[in-house]
Design a protein around this ligand. Structure first.
Ligand code: TA6
Length: 307
């Protein structure tokens, strides 16, 4: 099917105006839409305008994120893998489960707001705003969201919300990152020891994390409190990945395991759950953010590789 964006020369021309040769290149992705390829030394980040979605982050060609082999960029659909942006609610809508899970902006094209580069990093910013249709169908507020992805020695992602209306609103959200792992059996996650969590698989029962997290069955948890410094260890890959959240008092850890992988239908293979874990920087569960008229809130994360 012809992609309406990449087949329109005027739209492409406007996007190319933001290119920075060798640092921020605009490409038509084989997945089906325009992407921005950021390059900084041996590192690259591939960012789709659809959903302001980071598809991958690589160092020396090695991918740090997991992206489903059957992922495609299609209007009205989310992308399985990378970093989906969940906004302005996380998971199911609190009052109406018929509304799209994880909000309504991961399913559509954002505008390219700008690119910039220095000797230390290169960035792309994308923006979207609630439309009249959004306010009627999904969420009654006037708001803008901006995602800025910055690639340097680390990868940073910031999701800024601006209340452009006359009344305060509450917000939940997440940067729903899928990390690629050698095998889920080799993985442990530290930094959440003794942190309380809501166990979604047991009707959101409140529990407390004991020791590092390991995964040997479906896991779906919202950790609440001190979630700002998390480390992903993978004994099959000789490195550690640090996850530093800000503007956040919650983090989600998710692996769908066997049955949910089959139900999702877009993971690419029945055992794809073995190659991924989601560790999500969030405002979720009890961690609800209020944004006053004219106010802003920024949820952000920095990913750093040790070694
Ligand atoms: O973040 C965990 C979660 O909310 C899970 O409950 C799981 O369903 C997952 O997100 C994926 O959601 P999606 O709507 O992308 O299928």
């Amino acid at each position: 099917m012809t992609d309406p964006v990449t087949s329109d020369p005027n739209v492409l021309q406007a996007l190319y105006a933001h290119a920075i040769p060798g640092r921020a290149e605009i490409e038509a992705s084989p997945l089906g839409g325009p992407v921005v390829r950021l390059t900084h030394g041996p590192c690259q980040a591939l960012v789709a305008l659809h959903g302001a979605h980071v598809l991958n982050w690589t160092r020396d060609g090695e991918g740090l994120f997991w992206l489903s082999p059957v992922a495609r960029i299609r209007e009205g659909k989310g992308i399985r893998g990378g970093i989906p942006v969940c906004w302005p609610w996380f998971a199911d809508h609190p009052a109406d489960p018929a509304k799209p899970a994880h909000g309504f902006v991961r399913h559509r094209a954002w505008s390219l707001a700008g690119t910039s580069a220095t000797a230390d990093s290169v960035s792309v910013s994308m923006a979207t705003a609630t439309t009249g249709h959004d306010r009627t169908s999904f969420w009654p507020h006037h708001a803008e969201a901006r995602v800025t992805v910055t690639l340097g020695a680390a990868l940073s992602v910031a999701l800024e919300t601006r209340n452009t209306g006359g009344t305060a609103f509450s917000l939940t959200e997440a940067l729903h990152t899928y990390f690629r792992v050698s095998d889920i059996a080799n993985v442990s996650v530290t930094g959440l020891e003794n942190v309380p969590y809501l166990d979604k698989l047991e009707a959101f029962a409140r529990k407390v994390q004991s020791g590092p997290i390991t995964v040997a069955e479906e896991v779906d948890r919202i950790y609440l409190g001190d979630t700002a410094a998390i480390t992903l260890h993978d004994s099959g890959i000789p490195r550690r990945l640090r996850i530093e959240g800000s503007g956040s008092r919650s983090a989600v850890v998710w692996n769908p395991w066997v049955a949910k992988t089959a139900r999702l239908g877009d993971m690419g293979s029945p055992d794809a759950f073995r190659q991924m874990i989601c560790i999500e920087t969030a405002n979720a569960g009890d961690d609800v953010v209020m944004v006053p008229p004219g106010g802003t809130h920024t949820l952000a994360v920095v990913y750093r590789l040790d070694a």
